[in-house]
Ligand binder design. Sequence first.
Ligand code: ATP
Length: 239
Amino acid sequence: MESVLSLVSVSRRYRRGVLALRDVSLEVPAGQFVAVMGATGSGKSTLLHCAAGLDRPTGGRVRLAGHDLTGMRESARTRLRRDHAGFVFQAYNLLSELTVRQNVTLPVRLGGPRGRTVDEVLDQVGLAGFAKRPVGELSGGQRQRVAIARALITSPSVVFADEPTGALDPTTGGRVLALLRAAADRDGAAVLMVTHDPAAAAWSDRLVLLREGVIAYDGPAPRADEIADRLRGVSAVAA
Ligand SMILES: Nc1ncnc2c1ncn2[C@@H]1O[C@H](COP(=O)(O)OP(=O)(O)OP(=O)(O)O)[C@@H](O)[C@H]1O
């Protein structure tokens, strides 16, 4: 099956010479949920940003939904993200003075495809009846579900999530992870999620462990306790 996300020998060197990613290759098919883990500074955010076309690799190629991002202008990359990617990022915060509906429809109002209706996605995330509520009045878990509804409204090929459960209690976090799981299983989206939490990673199909910008493990996601063991191994080597 053709990958909806493809990274071939991707490297990213920052200005001060830090090589945050070295020769990273990753093929993600539709419907696969991938968790990216690793010690702090191992390159997780850099990988996510390069994969999503938010940052430019200094070497290698990235293809998103069949389009090669290499050498693409910023305006074209913005359109590609809008049309094919959904984001559940802290940095893509919701606008708290706007209603749930206004937040969820933002990607469509910016010209993105309307893959799903607002009612459909709100229903899917368990927020039917919340459309008119200002986001500022919602709890953290509810807001994160609004963010997921917003990420899904365009029926993206790939959902990028950065610590989607970082600020949530385990029960609320579990609901959010179940939604990302459903985005992969039901909607056929590829999901790439960065997390520090082995319990969150255990929801995925596949675990990618980074160590100093290199993939140290790429395989089926084991159980949470086994992930924690692997992480300890990777961090011990990195230390
Ligand atoms: N804009 C930047 N300029 C220079 N160096 C950077 C920049 N962004 C990240 N780095 C460096 O690149 C490396 C990887 O950073 P990255 O943020 O991708 O790691 P991470 O695994 O996401 O870390 P964390 O878990 O702490 O968020 C680190 O050494 C970091 O200091």
